[in-house]
Write a protein that binds this ligand. Structure first.
Ligand code: 9MR
Length: 582
């Protein structure tokens, strides 16, 4: 009964309680909750055999926001025609090409521009009465290697940069309303954000041209399409330092170019908005305020909110996600007068780039989730559901270490006796190296074997955390303090078996070996217990992280087992739990 009441609260605000499809969803949720095993829940949610109806009778999101701001989403060739296109047309007013306009696909080979796929998307979108946003003229990812190869002369790089930007912007002139001219040029959490040049990512464009590449590409885009609004677009903007560096960059460039074709050079800042349910809307609000104070337009350009794990959402996770969306949309409504648009990054959980953490408004059968109702009508959703958050505890993930002392060798069969622990939750806007681990223990040591796949194997960066490496976090006493205590430690090993420790004294007695093959490597470690005498059923604080470097030697991805806040290096309270079993 309780379950029905809970689920009903999700839907009453939109009068869908008696609707057949809502009934189907309720059945799915009931199965999830009544049957205790998460795997069953996953099956219910993932059931792809249900017809993709496009939820024809849900209210239109874009209609609800008509007097506030255009709501958008992404489009790919698979969306052309059928229920997916109908849904896009019904709910969204402006679309972004998810990949088709990126440099790699438009100019994979020098001077050969391939516009066919992007043109098809643009034509269909405009014909259906929606608008099109261009994405993206410049990025350090998904760009062809030839365009800014290391060692290339500065003039040649400038020529490549401006030719690409001008040709592409001119091609779509009059058909796109705005452009992400530059994507993700600022590093994460820059230590000195007042100096925006020092905060720039050491990307190929930066290396070949220097910080001036930014002004150069914006000028090229303005020249080729004077009517399009030109945006700088980045993620993790709820980080104060990153937002400040972006602020300083846009401020200076616009002060130096106040009249680039009748207006300042940079028209807008795109806050991508790849969030998690724990993202604090206050940080988002602070960033909005900061950017608005520059007088530029601000848009939310790639919104999604990760929840759950392994394509599975518990009732609590669905609710938390609904509340996170409701809080964000309530905030966006408050800032409607200055928001250019709010664009979602993915129509449904099945096709989202983050499919494992189900971040979209619609589920894998294109049915609306609580996230949808939260976004549609934030005030009612919060009034009905916010009080229920306290019912749900946020449990960290728990894994098992089996008993046994393996050789420091990948070949020891003992490893196979321990269950695998997946390290595949991404916490940057890039899905790079990931992996899995097996853990064993005896009275003196913890042993781990961590296999990393899809790595670029690069250690060029002087900072060890920017190299391809694995990290193990231990809170031996499981005190869950929010700062590092004596029993806490962070152990890092790169693919070349170079080690780093936080704090450094924990290095004593630590042993490791690494086995490399092509784009994967396996790290085997033996870590002495320093402060506890472990026994059967002891629980210790534990986490795992994989740093993925790009071919240019910059950390481009972080995959974790449990702690998605990215603060494990300083906050053991975020760790997961490891149970020592026999
Ligand atoms: O959603 C995009 C996905 O299909 C691509 O595989 C991925 C890698 O290039 O890019 C995704 O979109 C990115 C966007 O273009 C820029 N911001 C981060 C997005 C997620 O990586």
């Amino acid at each position: 009964m309780k379950i029905f009441i809970c689920v009903k609260r999700f839907y009453t605000s939109s009068n869908l309680w008696f609707d057949l499809k809502a009934g189907l969803l309720i059945c799915l949720l009931v199965i999830m909750v009544v049957l205790p095993c998460g795997g069953v829940a996953a099956k219910a949610i993932r059931d792809e055999s249900k017809p993709q109806t496009g939820a024809a009778d849900t209210p239109a999101l874009k209609g609800r926001y008509q007097s506030f701001f255009p709501v958008g989403n992404v489009i790919s060739p698979r969306d052309l025609g059928g229920p997916r296109f109908e849904m896009l047309q019904k709910h969204f007013a402006v679309l972004t090409a998810e990949n088709a306009m990126k440099p790699l696909y438009i100019q994979g080979n020098p001077g050969v521009f391939t516009f066919e796929t992007a043109d098809k998307l643009v034509d269909a979108v405009l014909k259906a009465g929606m608008k099109m946003h261009g994405h993206t003229l410049t990025w350090h990812q998904q760009s062809p290697e030839w365009i800014n190869k290391e060692g290339m002369g500065r003039d040649e790089a400038i020529e490549n940069l401006t030719t690409h930007a001008k040709t592409v912007a001119a091609h779509f002139r009059g058909r796109v309303v705005s452009w992400d001219v530059l994507n993700e040029a600022i590093i994460d959490n820059p230590p000195n954000p007042e100096d925006w040049r020092a905060s720039l990512r050491q990307s190929p464009w930066y290396k070949t041209i220097g910080p001036e590449y930014i002004e150069i590409v914006f000028k090229a885009a303005r020249e080729a399409d004077p009517d399009a609004k030109l945006y700088y677009n980045d993620y993790n903007m709820d980080n104060r330092n990153k937002a400040l560096a972006v602020f300083n960059m846009v401020k200076e460039i616009n002060e130096q170019n106040p009249n680039a074709g009748g207006r300042p050079l940079i028209d807008g800042i795109g806050i991508q908005g790849h969030y998690r349910t724990k993202t604090n809307p206050e940080n988002v609000a602070n960033t909005l305020e900061r950017f608005i104070s520059l007088g530029v337009e601000v848009s939310i350009t790639e919104l999604d909110v990760q929840s759950g794990y392994n394509s599975t959402l518990s009732e609590a996770q669905l609710l938390e996600q609904g509340i996170a969306y409701a809080r964000l949309f309530a905030l966006f409504k408050k800032y409607a007068a200055v928001l250019g648009r709010v664009t979602m990054w993915g129509l449904d959980d099945g096709t989202s780039w983050l499919t494992q953490t189900s971040p979209a408004l619609f589920d894998r059968n294109l049915q609306p989730k609580p996230a949808f109702w939260g976004a549609l009508d934030p005030a009612s959703f919060l009034a009905e559901n916010e009080g229920r958050l306290a019912d749900f505890k946020n449990e960290p993930l728990q894994a098992q270490a089996h008993y046994g002392a393996p050789a420091l060798d990948i070949a020891d069969p003992l490893w196979q006796s321990a269950p695998p622990i997946r390290i595949n939750q991404y916490i940057m806007a890039w899905q790079g190296a990931q992996g899995s681990a097996r853990v064993l223990w005896d009275e003196q040591h913890l042993y781990a074997l961590i296999t990393v796949t899809n790595a670029e194997l690069n250690k060029a960066n002087r900072s060890p955390h920017e190299q391809d490496s694995v990290e193990i976090f231990l809170d031996e006493g499981n005190h869950k303090s929010s700062y590092m205590q004596d029993d806490d430690g962070q152990y890092r090993v790169n693919f070349d078996n170079e080690r780093s420790f936080n704090p450094s004294p924990i290095a004593a007695g630590f042993e490791s070996r690494v086995f490399v093959s092509d784009k994967s490597y396996t790290v085997v470690v033996k870590i002495p217990f320093r402060t506890i005498e472990p026994k059967e059923d002891t629980l210790i604080g534990f986490d795992l992280q994989i740093n993925g470097a790009s071919a240019q030697g910059i950390r481009q991805s972080i995959a974790v087992w449990n702690d998605i806040t990215g603060s494990a290096w300083q906050d053991p309270s975020c760790y997961g739990l490891l149970k020592l079993v026999k």
